[in-house]
Design a protein around this ligand. Structure first.
Ligand SMILES: [Zn+2]
Length: 539
């Protein structure tokens, strides 16, 4: 969400700021009585707290609850119709109600249903009627209390350890994890003074459509040229994920050779970008052993044996050797984007990708991970640490019945829903034929609003990585209508955009102010460069 924050265990340091998040929970051991008094005074005097899972009786009055009941049997959550600003971005039915897990499971994630004080307001409730999110005004400040852990409703979805919380697998709008990021965004924007946020989309635009093609059949190469041509004619481009099949096996014959390689070189020379789509494209990839990390083309001999079985295949082999081949065969190619065959993901994939020199992955569907914003893929798909790999899940694909060509209006609706949130949409079209599918893609591109960027996946991914690692700060100056924005990027990046609460009249340093005065687009930043921009507010 591009919200500035820092993490501390020092309560007085935290309370020097107007907005504080208490994480991961508050029980009778978290704070002392004097610290509880500090928190209450902080809110009374105009502080704002967002907390989850507060159990301690010592803070019951501040957070506005009488009691709570833990359970692993609450499957749904619905936001109430209120005027509270934190639900400002939740306008669609898929956002107003979310699913916490499938009722096929007898137990899912832990939730704590609250019984509110009469003075507190319930902003969301669980299916058993207990409060899931409540707010309580105290003095000049306000607290929010969530009866769920963000670890369970965001991270658990993103590492795909959820209890099938998604309502569909692909091709629909599923913001189940995004809603919590949007609630925090709205909370920040409602209560900070003169807030600023690093936008998720470059160039002051509203959203981005990321185009991709999977090339996983011998006859999928030539039609790729038609897609590339149509994209160029519509000011777009795409990333081709290539299966580097050099062995014959039970699933298909080898096809990673001339003239297919000439087509790849043409695509690359024409401005398309290229990623890896593994070697044998096995449905059993998610069960492969990690391998040694020393797999090379000369020694790696994987073979698909049937529907989801293979011999001699490893995760490292599929990832590393496919990169070796693409980098060797295509001039100027450095393969850093991966997509698994059949979108089957082994838990060792982030590690294998990191250690093989990749930066980006697109092996999940957005619906499955309930996320339409890119995110750092957790190492081992666990809960401990992020890998260096960023995930760009697939929003729309072409194979589900009745086929992409007949689903363009539906795809457009999903893209627009994401655009409202500043999220992105990833489109995957197999290049096995270019008559119906390329015409449908052109149809989609032509109907896209002009404030949605149409780009290949690699270009956007590089932007996202630089943005995610950006160091920036906004400093007030002695004049109340001025501020200084300091930005340093370790990677070259174009189109970085900041969104401001206050309207800007002018800015120095080659930055462009949008017509609404609320967006500031930075000039191209060279790798390792710092810039300082002097901002004049309108009022
Ligand atoms: Zn494929």
């Amino acid at each position: 969400m591009g919200i500035p924050f820092f993490i501390t265990r020092d309560l007085p340091q935290a309370l020097r700021h107007r907005l504080v998040i208490l994480y991961p929970s508050v029980d009778s051991h978290t704070f002392t009585e004097p610290q509880a008094d500090l928190l209450t005074t902080f809110v009374r005097q105009g502080g704002f707290i967002f907390a989850q899972n507060v159990f301690w009786g010592g803070l019951q009055n501040l957070f506005g609850f009488r009691s709570f009941a833990p359970s692993r049997k609450r499957y749904h959550l619905a936001f109430s119709v209120t005027k509270d600003p934190v639900t400002k971005y939740l306008n669609r039915p898929e956002e107003r109600e979310t699913q916490l897990g499938s009722d096929r499971f007898p137990e899912i994630i832990w939730s704590n249903g609250y019984v509110p004080d009469p003075g507190a307001e319930v902003l969301a409730h669980f299916d058993d009627g207990s409060a899931a999110l409540l707010t309580n005004s105290v003095g000049k400040g306000k607290v929010y209390l969530l009866g769920l852990s963000l670890l369970d409703v965001v991270l658990r979805n993103q590492n795909n350890r959820d209890y099938d919380a998604q309502r569909h697998y692909v091709n629909t709008f599923e913001p189940g994890a995004d809603v919590w990021l949007l609630v925090l965004r709205a909370w920040y924007e409602a209560y900070s003074k003169d807030w600023v946020r690093l936008s998720t989309i470059p160039g002051g635009q509203r959203s981005a459509l990321l185009l991709s093609h999977d090339v996983d059949w011998e006859n999928s190469f030539a039609p790729g040229l038609d897609f590339a041509r149509i994209e160029k004619a519509n000011q777009a481009s795409s990333t081709f994920f290539i299966q580097t099949k050099y062995v014959d096996d039970a699933n298909s014959k080898a096809f990673f050779f001339a003239p297919n390689l000439d087509i790849l070189r043409q695509l690359k020379a024409g401005g398309s970008t290229v990623g890896s789509h593994s070697i044998i494209h096995s449905r059993g990839f998610n069960k492969f052993e990690l391998g040694s990390g020393h797999e090379t083309y000369s020694s790696y001999q994987p073979r698909g044996l049937g529907f989801d079985t293979a011999s001699g295949a490893t995760v490292f082999g599929e990832v590393r050797v496919s990169k070796e081949l693409l980098d060797g065969e295509i001039p100027g190619q450095d393969t850093i984007f991966f997509r698994a065959g059949h979108l089957r993901v082994p838990v060792s994939l982030p590690e294998a990708l990191e250690r093989s020199g990749y930066q980006f992955d697109s092996s999940f569907t957005a619906d499955d991970v309930l996320s339409n914003f890119p995110f750092a893929l957790p190492r081992d798909l666990g809960f401990e640490e992020d890998s260096e790999i960023y995930e760009f899940p697939v929003t729309i694909e072409d194979e589900e019945s009745p086929g992409f060509a007949k689903r363009v209006p539906q795809a457009l609706q999903v893209i627009l829903a994401n655009a409202e949130n500043g999220a992105v949409s990833v489109v995957l079209i197999h290049s096995n034929e270019s008559v119906l599918k390329a015409a449908a893609e052109q149809d989609l591109l032509r109907q896209l609003p002009s404030d949605i960027v149409k780009t290949d996946m690699l270009t956007f991914a590089k932007f996202w990585r630089a943005r995610d690692r950006l160091q920036w700060s906004l400093t007030a100056t002695s004049a109340t209508t001025e501020a200084a924005l300091q930005v340093k990027s370790d990677e070259s990046v174009t189109g970085l955009t900041f969104e401001f609460q206050r309207q800007i009249s002018t800015a120095t340093g080659g930055a462009t102010v949008s017509p609404d005065g609320r967006h500031l687009v930075l000039p191209e930043l060279a790798r390792g460069r710092s810039i300082s921009i002097h901002i004049h507010y309108l009022h």
